[in-house]
Unconditional design. Sequence first.
Length: 284
Amino acid sequence: MMNNTEDSSTDRHHASALKILENGPYAPRCPDGHGPLSTVADADAPTGAAMVCTTCGQRRGMEVTMLRTLLSPQQTRFDQPLATPTENPSLADTIEIPRLQPQPPPPPQPENTAREPLGKITSETTRDDLTAGDETSFDFPTQPGQPARGRQPDGTIRTTGWLQLGRWPISSGLWAALAGAALGLALIDLYTWLPLILATTAYATWFAAIRWVRPASAATNLELVYADELEPDDAIRIHGPIGPVGIVDQITPANSQQVLIRFTGGTQRFLPADTRCHLVKLRN
């Protein structure tokens, strides 16, 4: 290699790099164990130089990385190996980036209708879902819904019955009829048909009372739900398993692990979050 007298530092750098390439710790070595290979000019090699073993003649082409190191002394780092792996050194310089393909839009997610503490998701009925002859708010959009029988000014709903066996409520009308029959049996000596007459009269009186005198709705207890799991529009018993029913309007977390339950009409109650409330179904 000829020295350039105008840039002695660059020539010294070239000579140092070539020396490290031939004799350094990362120098390519003869596969037969004859030591490092020597650099010689080779017109047939792609880079114009080759590495040759002076003992057995083993040849190895000089990689582009090695040549770039010798020709770019300003960027040479002597703490890096000058030799490159033999697997495929060109991959270290050029990697083809695959073309990005447009991704299809994700499929729509199903609607989540699971219970949530402070919200409610319900499916809406459209006119297309109705059968011929159905009358709904679609036909009379300004007509209000039918209020529950026995609704009080404070929003609570008076209910009938005080006993339920499993999921079968026992109507309080039965108790009225039994009371009339018992009185008739006590006075049966006066008239044989008196038990039947008094039982029918007592039931008719009860029916008139819950329809016109003190209206009330029949209700069936369905299940127990924790207070913090209630949803708007849920109908629950306000006091234990019997008594009036309230329609939940809003549930708000409060202090000391309590929730504030507001019912339609203005009634509200503070309950511990783990209180079990009776969900009911109004039948009138």
